[in-house]
Design a binder for this molecule. Sequence first.
Ligand SMILES: C[S@@+](CC[C@H](N)C(=O)[O-])C[C@H]1O[C@@H](n2cnc3c(N)ncnc32)[C@H](O)[C@@H]1O
Length: 298
Amino acid sequence: MHLSNKQLKEFLEDFFGEEYRDFIEWSFSLSPLRPSIRVNTLKVTVEEVKERLENQGFILSPVEGIPFAFRVEFYPFEIGRTLEHYLGYIYVQEVSSMLPPIILAPEPGERVLDISAAPGSKTTLLSQLMENRGIVVANDVDVARTSALASNIDRLGCINVIVTQYDGAIFGKKYPEYFDRVLIDAPCSAIGTIYKNREVARWWSWKNVQKLVRTQRRLIESGFKALKPGGRMVYSTCTITPHENEFVVEYLLENFPNARVIPFDLQFKNKLDSKGHGRIIWYGDMEPFYIALIEKSA
Ligand SMILES: C[S@@+](CC[C@H](N)C(=O)[O-])C[C@H]1O[C@@H](n2cnc3c(N)ncnc32)[C@H](O)[C@@H]1O
């Protein structure tokens, strides 16, 4: 596969070095990933969903370290068209996209902010981890995406979620030191999703990255201000450019001496290492994701 976007090609060659070919082949192969699902334990048990889907001919395999997640090894028809999906028993979600909420680890009863939440794959997992107790403020600036967010929250039966539609930059000013946990799943240049969104390879440019960096900085700063002392925040993206990842976290650390990056464990063997703060996750059988866990000192 030849990448005609010169800027993107140069960046990827530089970033991956010897693994560049592997990444391109992975991104442009017909189906690099098996679909994966998360069982919504707010509504149903893992065993019940497994049995219901297996009875319809689906073959599921467990995901190491995530007891409510499965990879779909075989599907007689699309898993998103099952009754279990419509009933909100499952969410079709990439395994690496489950990790930011799991690493943030909200507790039942806490106040949590999901600053750019639509369409809600991570919001609904936060609510699940909180056993529907406490509160999740799920915000997104985009009106159409916010309605998809509301309908997913409804489908999954998450009753501890409020949906708001603001520029996420307001939270730091309006709700300083209010939240126990904050998730910034930032808008990004989405290189990790080229395998399913081919247009990323056409659209990607340093100019667009720069625009995104401005938003990412505003969101990470706002989220950090909205965090209580002693609270934790996750910054994540589905891209790999250091400008949108490690450098955004560095910007926060330079401006807020009470911010620190803390390590977290991963149960998977990783193919890539981050060159700075946080971690880039890419295993070949997962979508690449960047994740940093940040704490505000008390
Ligand atoms: C990566 S997507 C979020 C995906 C979502 N967290 C999920 O897991 O389903 C990034 C989101 O950021 C939103 N966004 C972009 N700029 C924003 C801003 N200034 N304030 C709040 N949300 C913003 C976009 O509308 C988009 O829905």
